[in-house]
Design a protein around this ligand. Structure first.
Ligand SMILES: *Cc1c(COP(=O)(O)O)cnc(C)c1O
Length: 439
């Protein structure tokens, strides 16, 4: 060991002053996977810590009284430009701000907000846009809790809804939007793609063209928001296809380890500011510890999603040819297919994801024998984690759905939903093979 030299001490000094962030090298813009390691965080502001600390504080100190007043002038609109800086943890915190900066990078979003769950993100989005008498137009089916929120909760406050099937054509979308437009103010066009468990993809480009044609460029143009939980941000980036806002349950692929619950909304700044005002009011923000865990998750997002996607392709190729399998609903097969859904897939998606529908020959007894025989895959709802999960929608998540609607959605007793993780692909194939053997 040598004593610290003058140079070393100068190094420590140098560490105290912020360094400008590198976002491009030689004119080459750095990719999201690179930026996830440090973007939006300056170690010099936190004692040189390589990783951001978890900022456990409910409130932030103003440097002086005038700065405090300036902040609230921004909040209340008395001064243009809005509020900046940190004041109170119901509004924001350092961990959440860094996470929001990094999340936005994946989809080239201008701004982003994080939430305590996917549902609190969706609820805050809705509350910030709807008024009594408004209509929400949405693709169907939606995540069950989102349907409940629209039809049963917002319905109590005089909000109406109209839907079109996820796979709808431009003409079908036009018809529903025209009807909604004629009925009054349309607050929002809300999409979810792929629909669960039908896997039907929404043609976001067609929805955008239809919205623009019917509502023109007036003041009352309803924003298009889309739940991108199943394919985002790696395999689908709807902001590039005409959506105004993208919604996430970060609980799934973004968090990716089945150890947290969180949500996000990404989009253009004016719309995000409207949603932020509602989040500030009701406090649906993600907590600092969860935000920290999500920053760690984002460092491996591309690795995890790429591996899970490759694994799913191998497992689905095996399942498709198995004699005990009736059909595999896996989006990756669309890459080589014909028809409208394949066309939407090729325009909107760069991969088939790792969550799919497996229809076994038989009914509930066959599905249950398969599920109970699995040795690697865990029997649980949810998706997008490092571990492979399997569940039975008809008997679990969709148990309370009426029989005729179940039939219409293809939620049959022989359906098993599988989310493939990052295990060894051949081990997963072996597990599926022995479980099918037990059917
Ligand atoms: C899980 C999920 C949600 C809800 O997210 P939470 O984090 O559980 O609140 C919303 N949409 C989709 C598509 C989901 O899979």
């Amino acid at each position: 060991m040598t004593k610290p030299t003058e140079d070393d001490l100068t190094g420590v000094e140098a560490r105290q002053s912020p360094k400008p962030e590198v976002e491009a090298i030689g004119g080459r813009k750095l990719k999201p996977a690179t930026l996830m390691m440090g973007h939006g965080y300056d170690p010099a502001l936190s004692e040189g810590a390589l990783k951001p600390p978890v900022f456990l504080t409910s409130t932030f100190v103003f440097p002086n009284a005038a700065a405090g007043k300036r902040h609230f002038e921004g909040v209340t609109g008395k001064r243009p430009g809005g509020a900046s800086g940190l004041v109170y943890s119901r509004f924001n915190g350092p961990n959440q701000e860094i996470l929001e900066d990094r999340l936005g990078i994946w989809e080239g979003a201008e701004d982003a907000l994080t939430f305590s769950s996917g549902m609190s993100a969706i609820a805050t989005l809705f509350l910030s846009l709807v008024r009594p008498g408004d209509t929400i137009v949405h693709s169907g089916p939606l995540y069950a809790a989102t349907e409940t929120l629209i039809a049963r909760v917002l319905g109590r406050f005089g909000v109406n809804w109209l839907d079109f099937p996820a796979g709808a054509t431009r003409e079908e979308i036009d018809a529903v939007l025209e009807k909604a437009h004629a009925a009054g103010r349309v607050a929002l066009i809300y999409l979810e793609s792929p629909a669960n468990p039908t896997n039907a993809l929404v043609d976001v480009q067609a929805v955008r063209a239809s919205r623009d044609a019917i509502f023109g460029a007036g003041d009352e143009v309803p924003p298009i928001a889309i739940d991108n939980t199943f394919l985002g941000p790696l395999w689908s980036q709807p902001l590039r296809h005409g959506a105004d806002a993208v919604v996430y349950s970060l609980t799934k692929y973004a968090g990716g380890h089945s150890d947290l619950v969180a949500g996000a909304v990404l989009g253009a700044k004016p719309l995000i500011d409207t949603i932020r005002a509602m989040r500030n009011t009701i406090g649906t923000i993600c907590d600092p510890n969860t935000a920290w865990m999500l920053m760690r998750s984002l460092e491996t997002l591309e690795l995890r999603m790429s591996r899970a996607g490759e694994n799913a392709a191998k497992v689905c190729a095996f399942l498709r040819d198995h004699p005990k399998v009736e059909r595999v609903g896996y989006l990756g097969f669309l890459a080589e297919a014909e028809g409208r859904q394949a066309d939407i897939y090729r325009r909107h998606c760069t991969g088939g994801g790792s969550t799919f529908s497996l229809y076994l020959k038989g009914g509930e007894p066959e599905a249950f024998r398969f599920l109970d025989a699995l040795k690697i895959a865990k029997l649980a709802v949810s998706l997008g984690g490092t571990e492979t999960l399997a569940s039975h929608p008809a008997g679990m998540t969709h148990l309370s759905v009426a029989d005729d609607r179940k039939q219409a959605l293809g939620i049959t007793d022989n359906l098993v939903r599988i989310s493939i993780g990052v295990e060894d692909a051949d081990d997963l194939v072996a597990d599926m093979e022995q479980a099918l053997g037990a059917v």
